[in-house]
Design a protein around this ligand. Structure first.
Ligand SMILES: [Zn+2]
Ligand SMILES: [Zn+2]
Length: 166
């Protein structure tokens, strides 16, 4: 199966233990909707790792319409919930989602920043377990991002409350 963006052969990979297709060239991921939701509900990658992944792999959001690598139909653009500026490419017939480089990390961060995501017990636990150093590093990473970007405001939403969680 070929990458719908750059045509490179896709590699089978595992992301947080979930089987997924990956393009080593443009760093995109292809997953069924159910697998993507499974990844979103896992908390294997810390917010710091996701931030780093989003920042280093977010090369370009594909603006052109691409074709599903399985059925060749045109894929539809769908906003990432909570990060509407970023568009995923979806094939409804095959129930496949294409994530451009970094978008899978964003997809998870946006979920974790959402009220639903924050209710997740794992997330609460992770916030509580974050050391002062880790918290400071996360805030420094967030401060280093351009304020004007929507990614910046997304990450602001993710900023832990100042008064702590005790
Ligand atoms: Zn590619
Ligand atoms: Zn398809």
């Amino acid at each position: 199966m070929k990458c719908p963006v750059c045509g490179t052969s896709l590699t089978q990979a595992k992301y947080e233990g979930v089987p997924i297709y990956h393009c080593l060239e443009c760093r995109g991921f292809l997953a069924s909707r159910s697998r993507a939701m499974g990844i979103r509900h896992k908390a294997d990658r810390s917010p710091e790792i996701l931030l780093d992944e989003a920042k280093t792999q977010l090369l370009a959001d594909t603006r052109k319409t691409i074709r599903c690598p399985t059925c060749r139909d045109l894929m539809r653009k769908e906003s990432i919930p909570g990060a509407a500026q970023f568009k995923l490419d979806v094939c409804h017939r095959c129930d496949l989602i294409w994530f451009d480089g970094g978008e899978l990390a964003l997809f998870q961060l946006a979920w974790e920043a959402s009220p639903q995501g924050q209710e997740s017990a794992k997330m609460q636990e992770r916030h509580q377990n974050m050391s002062d150093e880790e918290r400071a590093q996360l805030e420094a990473d967030i401060d280093a991002l351009p304020r004007s970007s929507l990614l910046g405001s997304l990450l602001d939403a993710f900023r832990p409350p100042d008064d702590g969680l005790d």
